[in-house]
Design a protein around this ligand. Structure first.
Ligand SMILES: [Zn+2]
Length: 300
């Protein structure tokens, strides 16, 4: 009997340890329950590439002295990314730039660490990753406070921090020669805000977009979009994103000021027909409305 109990304990331990080692990968192996995701690469000129994995995108810049990679996304995506980079250059990845602390964008960098890349991110990422570490997210080697100019072989990538907006570590990246902005999560062209706007601060988000609108930028590459979305958009999508948020907040405030306080009623009654052609309007607008209700109701 004692032996049976010992064996049972051993089996339970084995099962638990299997789960413990498998858990960090669960999210990346089956996003959206295993939906097909696919990937693609577009060269938009001057050694600048847009890599897409499912609805996530990043950019990489190929120079004579090596490659600059932004968000590795996740272990599966970063392997595909590495093999795509190999197809266009044999130069090593020298830098990996993190856009912010969220694991769904910055996991999977270990393979670039192995080829000697240095990791760069806003200083707040250090604290956030210490609180929520991940075995597939190397810590930044280089951090910055307000801005950072990354130079490699005569190419420049400028990193700009605008304070809290989406989390509190977001770097908005600009290629100054090309006047291209690579922006993660706070500008997604022709789509309403993501679900219940997790870790978004609505008023700070609008403030940040106003500041970005003043930058010398002609084009935007957004970190989210399906395969059908162009890899690059005109800078006007920044203003469109701000106007959507302002219209959303104004509509919720107006309804609440006129006495509608139930989030269910707000979700049911508020429509923004100007944006009904935007992606995810039907599914996510009610969630956006509830998030803004919480902002006015709770001051959060
Ligand atoms: Zn995020």
């Amino acid at each position: 009997m004692k032996k049976v109990i010992q064996n049972s304990i051993l089996i339970i331990c084995l099962i638990l340890s299997t789960f413990a080692t498998a858990s960090p990968e669960l999210l990346t192996k089956t996003p959206m329950g295993g939906q097909e995701f696919g990937h693609s690469v577009k060269h938009i000129g001057n050694g600048i590439y847009v890599f897409r994995w499912w609805v996530y995108r990043n950019i990489f810049v190929v120079t004579d002295d090596g490659v600059i990679v932004t968000d590795p996304i996740n272990p599966k995506a970063s392997q595909l990314l590495q093999s795509e980079i190999r197809k266009v250059t044999d130069k090593p990845v020298k830098y990996v730039v993190y856009s912010h602390n969220h694991h769904d964008h910055i996991s999977g960098g270990n393979i670039f660490k192995s080829e000697g890349a240095k990791f760069i991110g806003h200083k707040n990422i250090l604290e956030q990753l210490s609180d929520h570490p991940s075995p597939v997210i190397p810590m930044p080697d280089i951090t910055f406070e307000d801005s950072y100019i990354l130079k490699l072989s005569g190419r420049t990538l400028e990193l700009n921090y605008f304070g809290p907006n989406h989390g509190d570590s977001l770097a908005v990246m600009r290629l100054p020669e090309e006047k291209i902005l690579f922006v993660v999560d706070i500008v997604t062209p022709r789509r309403v805000a993501f679900r219940g706007m997790p870790d978004f601060w609505p008023d700070e988000w609008i403030r940040t977009l106003k500041e970005i609108e003043k930058m010398d930028v002609d084009y935007v590459i957004s970190a989210h979009g399906p395969q059908s979305q162009p890899p690059i958009d005109p800078a006007s999508v920044i203003t469109e994103q701000r106007e959507y948020l302002e219209d959303l907040m104004a509509a919720v405030k107006e309804a609440m000021d006129s006495g509608m306080h139930s989030p269910d009623a707000l979700r049911e009654n508020i429509k923004l027909p100007k944006y009904q052609k935007w992606r995810s309007y039907d599914q996510w607008l009610p969630m956006n409305i509830e998030r803004i209700w919480a902002y006015y109701h709770m001051g959060w």
